[in-house]
Design a protein around this ligand. Structure first.
Ligand code: GDP
Ligand code: MG
Length: 305
């Protein structure tokens, strides 16, 4: 069957809108967008401040299109790069119809999460509270979290989910639908993300560095993809991994290049699955001194508002 044309789907009560996924770092925002879409478009790691930019994921149904926006975690930080990431997340709220505020059920203390909510709650948009990671707690402990949340803010609704296991995801979609107005499809029906291939590939490499490297190294990496070539069977590319200091460069390459080889192997493994093609990757590690506190550099790479 041919896909419906743009003009035919914008008629007949077709609904569409934008939804921001916001919250503190590490609560599972990126896992949630991947779970909703059924595709990995955003990287996820056990470490905070993984997501740097806005990532759009598009869910298209028979009669609707929802554009989800994954955002960097909102937190307090003195670092210039982190402050920019928070600003990017806060600004994203202005452009959406619905906000999903995500918290982590496994945390014992809600104080921090509710302090972040305080920064968001007067945005004038309907806010749906998502209590994520319910797989990590006993069922009877969910209700007290809901009660606590109800005392803090009047949410449109509160939905307990496990983004990791895909529990509760359909309920989120149903709730969002209640807030969507009639509107056109903004993206063609087969698009699932607005990220270019270069962006997604550099994110996958960054994810592997987050998973393998210690401490500040993943936060100091900036990846550029060059010479991307693709045919029916193969994708080939050059990746430049920039770090802030030469000591970091040494660690990232590793003894006899072992560390970087592992990063490369893991990234290739994922990319093969994503694109169903052979991947040929050349990696270089370079030093771009102190780029995370360099206004000019941040502007150049679009991490500046
Ligand atoms: N147990 C469990 N872990 C989760 C769930 N959702 C996310 N995580 C984990 O929480 C960590 C942070 O997830 P991520 O999506 O990167 O969080 P973000 O910083 O809010 O985008 C990762 O290790 C995820 O695997 C969930 O529903 N259950
Ligand atoms: Mg994230």
């Amino acid at each position: 069957m041919d896909p419906p044309s743009q003009s035919s789907i914008s008629q007949n009560n077709y609904r569409s809108g934008f939804v921001a996924i916001v919250g503190p770092p590490n609560v599972g925002k990126s896992t949630l967008i991947n779970s909703i879409l059924g595709h990995k478009i955003a990287i996820t790691t056990p470490k905070p401040q993984t997501t740097r930019k806005l990532i759009r994921g598009i869910l298209t149904g028979e009669r609707f299109q929802i554009v989800f926006v994954d955002t960097p975690g909102i937190h307090h930080s003195k670092k210039m790069l982190n402050q920019m990431m928070v600003k990017i997340a806060m600004e994203a709220i202005n452009d959406v119809d619905v906000v999903l505020f995500v918290i982590d059920a496994s945390r014992r203390d809600r104080g921090h999460e509710f302090a972040i909510l305080d920064m968001v709650k007067d945005c004038g948009k309907p806010i749906i509270l998502i209590i994520n990671k319910i797989d990590t707690i006993a069922k009877e402990n969910i209700l007290p979290i809901i009660e606590e949340a109800n005392n803090i803010h009047h949410f449109e609704t509160i939905i307990p989910v496990s983004a990791f296991y895909g529990d509760g995801i359909e309920i989120i979609i149903d709730e969002i639908m209640k807030h969507l107005e009639e509107g056109p499809a903004y993206y063609d029906t087969y698009t699932i993300t607005d990220q270019g291939k270069e962006e997604l590939i550099s994110e996958i490499i960054r994810e592997k560095i987050f998973l393998l490297a210690e401490q500040e190294i993943p936060y100091s990496t900036l990846i550029e993809i060059n010479e991307l070539k693709e045919d029916d069977e193969k994708i080939s590319l050059h990746a430049i991994i920039n770090v802030e200091k030469s000591s970091q460069k040494g660690i990232l390459i590793g003894k006899d290049g072992r560390f970087i080889t592992k990063v490369k192997r893991m990234a290739i493994h994922d990319l093969k699955n994503i694109y169903n093609k052979k991947i040929e990757m050349h990696i270089w590690v370079k030093v771009m001194r102190d780029w995370t506190s360099d206004e000019r550099k941040l502007k150049e790479i679009g991490l500046w508002l």
